[in-house]
Design a binder for this molecule. Structure first.
Ligand code: NAD
Length: 478
């Protein structure tokens, strides 16, 4: 099943598939077997992609929004038809359970479908003026986009950027994740089959720093769109700033969860474990820092740890599995280091904490309680199945602690009190606040961070604005 379900990896440049030097293995994190070899883009491939994207922009920026929408909707329909094939490839390369991979494909399609609608709603405006003169504000496609997407959601992460760029009328070169290339490759296939003109969309892989260093300063690159770590996002923003390019940055988070004293602690704990385990915790919005009212603390931590210990972990292709492996061995090292540091400083380990001792990058849902504030995991995003739980005496204390880090992406609360909802909505410093749900974003809502969590918004009515530039036309009747 493995080799048949995993695609032959290629670059996609100027509407054609391209094989290049392939010396990096793509590894299945569930058993460490080799799935394929990654094709690397050399400078000559990037030059071809830039040339193609220049030509693609000329055509696509003049294509009627309705026609752009048709292509995006057709591509989404094809990916929905191919959901099993795409989801299997995602599970093989990234590890998540097949049910999650299917949901990821559907989510990616929803980004295409939403932005197809937005393509037809990039309204400008007419500014009131005296007789004989008209002022019109146009929103025009910004130009070629250089995009960089990460490995945690191989299909839905690139979908955000590709759908936004294409809906707005831009061309795009995307460097998708080298460790999980198949998700983006399937998008390329769908766009190709949907009749996207050649050159509008180009997919490359390679050495990340080499590619970004080459693509960002190019004259024709008009927007840098990146999702990944804060450190890399800041680095790319510096290169962009030196070259006067705007950026769209979706970076790290360290999501707080405030559990107020008026909720059922067991129900809140069970929802939280399920969400923590999603994608093995490798989600920038993953619920991580739990601040639980002291009156519920013991019941919440016990229920949380008990549910965490019961999670079925294994190969994501096995339908009985609830959580797959981490996506790469770097994450195992990171989990171990954070757990060791916290327990050495006095935290209580209530569940997990060590690998399963079998092949594959497995690490269980891990629960730490009563952490001192100098434990590294209280400040560093674990990006894995690690939850930290501390008691608080009041909502004031919880909000202060939630806001104490430089991150501000997603934040959550559990409460039935209208007053608490009002305070959480107003006072939490984050781009997305969710109450009694741990869902942080859907295609219809804008998503993004404040502070070190990034700049700009993807999705919603706001998402396309980054891919457009404003032109004001003043017209006097001569
Ligand atoms: P990393 O910082 O090395 O890489 C993160 C992503 O950035 C990868 O996709 C990588 O290919 C890309 N990248 C790295 N250097 C680049 C460069 N110079 N130019 C262009 N792209 C570059 O870390 P990692 O070990 O791959 O991932 C771990 C960390 O990344 C996590 O701690 C997490 O904070 C962050 N991350 C965040 C998201 C997200 O959704 N916000 C997704 C994946 C990873």
């Amino acid at each position: 099943m493995t080799s048949q379900s995993y695609p032959d990896l290629k670059l996609y440049i100027d509407g054609t598939w391209r094989k290049t030097r392939s010396d990096l293995p793509v590894i299945n994190p569930a058993d460490e077997s080799i799935l394929g070899a990654l094709p690397r883009a050399e400078t000559s491939d990037l030059d071809d992609a830039l040339q193609a994207a220049r030509q693609g922009f000329r055509i696509w920026s003049k294509t009627a929004p309705r026609r752009r929408a048709e292509v995006l909707l057709k591509a989404a329909a094809l990916m929905r038809e191919r959901v099993e094939e795409i989801a299997t490839a995602i599970t093989l390369e990234q590890g998540k359970p097949l049910t999650e991979s299917r949901l990821e494909v559907i989510r990616g399609c929803e980004f295409f479908e939403w932005d197809a609608g937005e393509a037809q709603r990039t309204y400008g405006r007419v500014i009131p003026s005296g007789p004989g003169i008209t002022y019109i504000v146009h929103h025009q496609p910004i130009g070629m986009v250089a995009a960089f997407s990460p490995w945690n959601f191989p299909m839905s992460q690139p979908s955000r950027k590709i759908a936004g760029a294409l809906a707005a009328g831009c061309s795009i070169i995307i460097k998708a994740a080298e460790e999980t290339p198949a998700g983006a490759l399937h998008i390329a296939k769908a766009l190709h089959d949907a009749g996207l003109p050649r050159g509008v969309f180009n997919l490359v892989f390679g050495v990340p720093a080499e590619l970004s260093n080459y693509l960002i300063p190019q004259e024709q690159t008009r927007l840098i769109a990146f999702t990944g770590s804060t450190a890399v996002g800041k680095h790319l923003t510096e290169i962009a700033a030196r070259n006067m390019k705007p950026v769209l940055m979706e970076l790290g988070g360290h999501a707080p969860v405030i559990v107020c004293d008026d909720v059922d602690p067991v129900a809140a704990a069970h929802i939280s474990v399920t969400r923590k385990a999603r994608n093995c915790g490798q989600v920038c919005t993953s619920p991580t820092r739990f601040f639980v009212h002291q009156s519920l603390y013991d019941r919440f931590t016990e229920a949380f740890a008990e549910r965490a210990r019961s999670f079925a972990i294994g190969n994501g292709l096995d339908p009985s599995v609830q959580m797959g492996p981490l996506a790469n061995s770097r994450r195992i090292d990171a989990m171990r280091a954070l757990v060791e540091d916290a327990t050495a400083k006095g935290a209580r380990l209530l569940a997990g904490g060590e690998t399963l001792g079998r092949r594959g990058y497995f690490f269980p849902v891990t629960v730490l309680a009563d952490l001192p504030s100098d434990a590294r995991v209280m400040r560093e995003e674990p990006f894995g199945p690690l939850a930290v739980i501390n008691p608080v005496a009041s909502l004031d204390e919880a909000i202060e602690k939630a806001n104490s880090l430089p991150f501000g992406l997603a934040a959550y609360g559990f409460t039935h009190s209208a007053e608490n909802v009002d305070r959480l909505s107003r006072e939490i410093d984050a781009g997305n606040v969710s109450i009694n749900t741990l869902e942080a974003s859907v295609a219809e809502t804008p998503f993004g961070g404040v502070k070190d969590s990034g700049y700009g918004r993807e999705g919603g009515a706001e998402g396309l604005s980054h891919y457009t530039q404003i032109k004001t036309v003043s017209h006097r009747i001569a």
